[in-house]
Design a protein around this ligand. Structure first.
Ligand code: GUN
Length: 293
């Protein structure tokens, strides 16, 4: 059987380091602050936002959680962002994606001060990442995938990594991070129109699944000895589960795992790393905004 990549354990060690950095900042009179904004009532988004708020508090950060009704107007959201941009107690701003359909997400992202854009979604940070600027604030889930590989001792330099999915949140920024000098992967990005996907993913040393479709990748997509990182967190109905649903990844774990050298579980793989990287980015943004080394 493959090695299970324990995202909870790796995230805990990152969080412990971040907590130390927060302690140092607080001793100098600075408390890093994160604002997390949710528009609407999507249950999965609500759970993520509450978990981000809780982790912030546990680490000794200031957290401002803003839960807005679905009826909130675009104007109201932009006004709130402008207020948070000007708030000296807030160093990071995150608006949970996806917002309701009537909200222009791009306009919201562009309104966030790029220095407080701990999601790394603002065009200034996207460009900085593409230009290999080491100061770019990079998106949390892709950062988490890279840290999982590093912590597990999986060689990335020169490896062929096939990313399945081209989203702005995961696929595209992950490809840029993997390509950076010092990481040095050979990267192929695939998507729903890729011809003969299985033959492409079978050529990978590392497959990253980030398409948002439950159990989409099966045994036929992975060669023996590959490493599989499953970014998917999908709720599927399960009347026998306490909440009536169960979380499954984009990978059919039972079919794929026997072939792998290492694989991430869902839950307990990439998910905890996303939050750990968000905390890391918030401390980084705080240091820069307050010019505290
Ligand atoms: N929705 C799913 N993942 C993310 C994320 O990393 N950041 C934000 N803002 N929304 C998300």
């Amino acid at each position: 059987m493959p090695d299970l990549i324990d995202g909870r354990k790796i995230a805990a060690s990152h969080l412990a380091k971040t907590a130390e950095h927060i302690g140092e900042l607080r001793r100098r009179g600075i408390t890093p602050g994160l604002a997390v904004v949710l528009i609407g009532e999507d249950p999965a988004s609500l759970a993520y936002v509450r978990s981000k708020d809780k982790t912030c508090r546990e680490l000794g950060m200031h957290s401002r959680k803003v839960e807005l009704p679905t009826s909130t107007t675009q104007e109201d959201v932009l006004r709130l962002i402008t207020e948070l941009n000007a708030d000296p107690a807030i160093h990071g701003i995150l608006v949970q994606s996806p917002p309701p359909a009537h909200i222009d997400e791009q306009a919201v992202v562009r309104t966030i001060d790029p220095r407080k854009d701990v999601d790394g979604f603002h065009p200034v940070n996207v460009a900085a990442l593409a230009m290999d600027d080491p100061d770019a604030l990079a998106p949390c889930t892709p950062l988490g995938c890279i840290e999982l590989l590093k912590a597990s001792g999986i060689p990335v330099s020169g490896a062929h990594v096939v990313v399945v999915g081209r989203s702005l949140i995961v696929g595209k920024p992950l490809a840029l991070l993997l390509l950076r000098k010092g990481t040095d992967a050979t990267v192929t990005v695939t998507h729903s129109r890729t011809r003969d996907l299985a033959s492409v993913t079978r050529s990978a040393d590392i497959v990253v699944a980030a398409i948002g479709r439950p159990k989409f990748l099966g045994a036929e997509h992975v060669r023996d000895g590959a490493v599989v990182i499953d970014v998917g967190i999908n709720r599927v109905d399960d009347p026998s589960a306490p909440r009536g649903y169960r979380l499954v990844g984009d990978v059919d774990f039972d079919a794929v795992a026997p072939r792998c050298r290492a694989i991430t579980p869902v839950p307990g793989g990439v998910g905890p790393m996303t939050i750990a990287m968000l905390m890391h980015n918030t401390v980084l943004a705080c240091r820069r905004l307050t010019a505290t080394p």
